[in-house]
Design a protein around this ligand. Structure first.
Ligand code: GLC
Length: 477
């Protein structure tokens, strides 16, 4: 199958060396052909006969896995952005047609939808349990940003202004919280069952920071100097700084904060979440010197010390983490290769919860027993972010190593997730689309690099920000 990129707008960066691509190609090119065929097989068409995204898996046609899930389409859309951006535009339009116009959820994007009719699934009626998705709306804004940046189609953007602003309304609405972080209950992202992540889950903060950056950029296109655009920019910066300051875990953090009282209050409290940092010692004892990572969630008295690779890697590829921190993260992952990559890249979190923690936080969920599903299962959808972060940090050899593991382990099942022996996990679906796309985008990143626009930083330019942002908004930082 001959594939030609018909769109390459921003300079690609951080690709593998010729030797690395050659090494990967020995097995990878055949696997890639198979993956491309499978990905196109997953394309769903709406009642008008137009593509409207990809279904979650091809082997379970009667369940909700035959729906188009918003988050499951991120990997596929990253691939189509390069090869056929029109599919991305159609997917975004399919979401817009189903965007909530109800008062309580105005602007919310569905967790997923059935391609056959314009039915909406805001509250997770067709998902597992009463799960509502927050990540769908955040991914929507990010994908609109990537689509517009790729196509430069500002007419397309102007015609969707109302939908974009409705989604942004949810990001910038006043809430019961003075922090720039976004609080959430369990299950609002792909970890859609209890996992002890309630509070301020890392994944949401990273996606929110990216969505706010893209919102600021898109609003610049629509109306340069708008007040709301300036607000998004400030919020993105504040969030980035909170993520770096309060989620980062390494030896230094614990050494510096161990003696802080975990009972302070007020705006000058040096330990705003009242964490007892001495309790992080066992976790950092397992970290190789010089390594670190962002913890999984924050809430009062609690910083989750499990490593959740996906939000960490997203923070790395999008420049939320500084270069030394990306190195510290990738060094830690390389040192824990067997646990984090093992027979299939990449584990969703490490270590798994066991004993009473598993019983209480995961409610003893049989599917999520230690080492399985959201409790340490290995999920190929994370692969693209791993390979991109390897390349961004000059660790191309890790990227080819992970791709080699995936190339030999993914076919023929292309399962939703795997156990630590590399077998499809308990009740895992097969021919799972985001597993297929995770491989394809990783393969593409090694061959041609990741687009520079992942790095969009939106550093305030000159006096523009100061002139545009009204005083009261700034004073709240
Ligand atoms: C499962 C996963 C969720 C995914 C969905 C569809 O519910 O936990 O993250 O979006 O399947 O693949």
């Amino acid at each position: 199958m001959a594939w030609k990129a018909n769109c390459r707008v921003s300079a690609p960066c951080d690709q593998g060396t010729d030797e690395q691509v050659e090494e990967h190609d020995q097995v990878g090119s055949a696997v890639r052909d198979q993956a491309i065929e499978l990905l196109f097989g997953a394309l769903a068409r709406d009642e008008r006969g137009e593509p409207c995204g990809t279904i979650a898996c091809q082997d379970d046609p009667t369940s909700h896995y035959a729906n188009v899930w918003t988050r499951d389409n991120v990997g596929p859309m990253l691939f189509f952005l390069r090869y056929d951006p029109s599919i991305v535009g159609l997917f975004l339009d399919a979401l817009i047609r189903r965007q909530s116009r109800l008062r309580r959820t105005y602007g919310l994007m569905p967790i997923g939808f059935s391609p056959r009719y314009d039915a909406v699934d805001y509250g997770g009626e067709e998902a597992i349990g009463a799960v509502h998705s927050v990540d769908s709306t955040l991914w929507f804004v990010i994908l609109v940003g990537l689509f517009v940046e790729t196509t430069q189609d500002l007419d397309w953007l102007r015609a969707r202004r109302e939908a974009l602003e409705a989604a942004l309304g949810l990001l910038v609405a006043p809430r019961f919280d003075p922090l720039p972080l976004m609080a959430a209950p369990e299950s609002v992202t792909e970890i859609d069952r209890p996992a002890g992540l309630y509070g301020y889950p890392l994944q949401l903060q990273v996606l929110l920071a990216l969505a706010l950056r893209w919102a600021a950029r898109l609003l610049d296109y629509l109306e340069a100097g708008s007040e709301i655009g300036a607000w998004c920019r400030l919020e993105a910066e504040a969030l980035q700084s909170w993520i770096n300051r309060w989620y980062w875990i390494d030896r230094q953090t614990v050494d510096d904060r161990e003696l802080l009282a975990p009972e302070g209050h007020g705006k000058d409290n040096p330990n705003p979440f009242n964490i007892d940092y001495s309790r992080l010692r066992p976790a950092i004892a397992t970290l190789p010197p010089g390594c670190g990572y962002l913890g999984g969630t924050l809430r009062t008295r609690h910083l989750d010390t499990r490593l959740w690779p996906f939000p960490n890697l997203l923070a790395a590829v999008s420049g939320i983490l500084s270069e030394p921190r990306i190195e510290a993260l990738m060094g830690g992952i390389a040192a824990r290769w067997e646990d984090l990559i093992g027979c299939m890249p990449v584990t969703v979190c490490w270590p798994s919860l066991t004993g009473p923690n598993y019983e209480i936080w995961m409610d003893g969920d049989a599917r999520a027993r230690p080492g399985s599903y959201h409790n340490g299962g290995h999920w190929p959808y994370i692969l693209w972010s791993f390979v991109a972060a390897c390349l961004a940090s000059g660790r191309g050899e890790l990227a080819t190593r992970a791709l080699a593991v995936a190339s030999s382990g993914l076919p023929p099942f292309w399962a939703e997730f795997y156990d630590s022996e590399g077998h499809p996990g308990l009740n895992a679906r097969t021919r799972q689309t985001w597993s297929i796309a995770g491989y394809l985008v990783a393969d593409e990143a090694l061959r041609s690099g990741i687009e520079a626009f992942w790095q969009v930083r939106l550093v305030p330019q000159g006096g523009w920000l100061v002139a545009a942002a009204p005083g009261p908004l700034q004073q709240e930082r």
